[in-house]
Design a protein around this ligand. Structure first.
Ligand code: COA
Length: 336
């Protein structure tokens, strides 16, 4: 077990996306939309849809094994698993338990975090605190989502259906004695007044007498519902604020940041935020074109790709920022 107050750092990263590529033209075969509309509004060109074998836990396990190998650790070195997902394998138990069983780690702590697009940053914050407290040593943080089986692939659901894709990302966090590196600080926020601006109403225990009302398919309350304009406004106002907040909290300036890895929800949102803050385009990671919005996985996938292509190097100062359903918004500052 780590000593008290050891800082935490990212030891390894990995991701997995299912092999089936679904292009905008493929979606246009299913309902009334077009490649032009989707690219203009969101920047998305294609996304992945999982098959029956790629459940959230199965994809989470694949991403986890890659991240553990990337960290130079063995599976047995992991002493806690945190899984962030809005699309768990089952209502209960959480997907972290299923991933733990798949990894063959009986007895290891397993926690699910339900914070949608900010799930990975909420999870990083919890993991960081547990490592600093000496409670756990090597924590696996996973974001994993299967959206494709839960969206309304008809013209009625097209505003949401075109935006989301399936995938998983994993990070391994561990202690470090080097005060120059690691997770430098986090800011987490939420405003539940916007809870119904991006949500799936049913099934749920607020329904009586049955949590899965028979009407949920007819009235489509089983599908995600989004007030797109409200979400857009929330994102472009809160993201700059939370990024500035985490920089102030940690004593860094925006110019010190080598690279921004934002949640991949909409290329236009991220471009607008970067422009507003004066961050040059080459300092912002975008991969939404290939994967759509993979929610809790998106920052992890983008971070791993930026490490792979050399944009994140040892010593890089990386700003992570996310917003989404809840509403929730968050930022973390990391030195690799
Ligand atoms: N294909 C074609 N047309 C579509 C469409 C689609 N997939 N989805 C909606 N439309 C139509 C609408 O029906 C509407 O038609 P109308 O003018 O005849 O009524 C028109 O396009 C404009 O719709 P609107 O909702 O006003 O578009 P918009 O410019 O606000 O863009 C979003 C919609 C969803 C792209 C935008 O609001 C957005 O990006 N919001 C944030 C979403 C987000 O990031 N969600 C995830 C958060 S984690």
């Amino acid at each position: 077990m780590a000593g008290d107050n050891a800082a935490a750092r990212i030891l390894g990263t990995g991701f997995y996306v299912p092999p089936r590529v679904v292009t905008n033209d493929d979606l246009a075969q299913m309902f009334d939309t077009s490649d032009e509309w989707i690219q203009q509004r969101s920047g998305i060109q294609e996304r992945r849809f999982s098959g029956p074998e790629d459940t959230p836990a199965a994809m989470g396990e694949k991403a986890a094994r890659l991240a553990i190998a990337n960290a130079g650790l063995a599976v047995e070195d992991i002493d806690m698993i945190i899984a962030a997902t809005l699309s768990p394998d089952h209502d209960f138990p959480g997907s972290a338990c299923f991933i733990q069983a798949r990894l063959g780690l009986p007895g290891t702590a397993a926690l699910d975090i339900r914070n949608q697009c900010t799930g990975l940053l909420y999870s990083l914050t919890v993991a960081d605190a547990l490592i600093r407290a000496g409670q756990h040593t090597n924590i696996l943080v996973i974001g994993t989502e299967v959206h494709s089986t839960g969206i309304d692939l008809s013209t009625e659901g097209r505003d949401v259906a075109v935006l989301f894709g399936d995938g998983a990302a994993a990070l391994v966090l561990g202690p470090t004695d080097n005060p120059e590196v690691g997770l430098l600080g986090h800011c987490l926020h939420a405003d539940g007044r916007g809870a119904r601006d991006l949500w799936i109403p049913a099934p749920g225990s607020s329904y009586f007498p049955h949590r899965a009302p028979k009407s949920m398919y007819e009235d489509k309350s089983v599908f995600p519902q989004m007030n797109g304009r409200a979400v857009f406004k929330h994102a472009v106002t809160k993201l700059p604020k939370v990024m500035a907040e985490v920089l102030e909290k940690t004593g860094y300036r925006l110019e010190d940041v080598d690279i921004l890895v934002p949640h991949q929800a909409n290329l236009r949102i991220n471009e607008a935020v970067a422009k507003h803050m004066g961050i040059p385009p080459e300092k912002v990671v975008h991969n939404i074109m290939k994967y759509g919005n993979t929610t809790a996985a998106s920052i992890g996938i983008a971070m791993h790709e930026a490490r792979e292509d050399g944009r994140i190097q040892p010593g890089s100062l990386v700003l992570l920022a996310a917003f989404g359903s809840g509403f929730t918004w968050a930022a973390s500052l990391v030195r690799f």
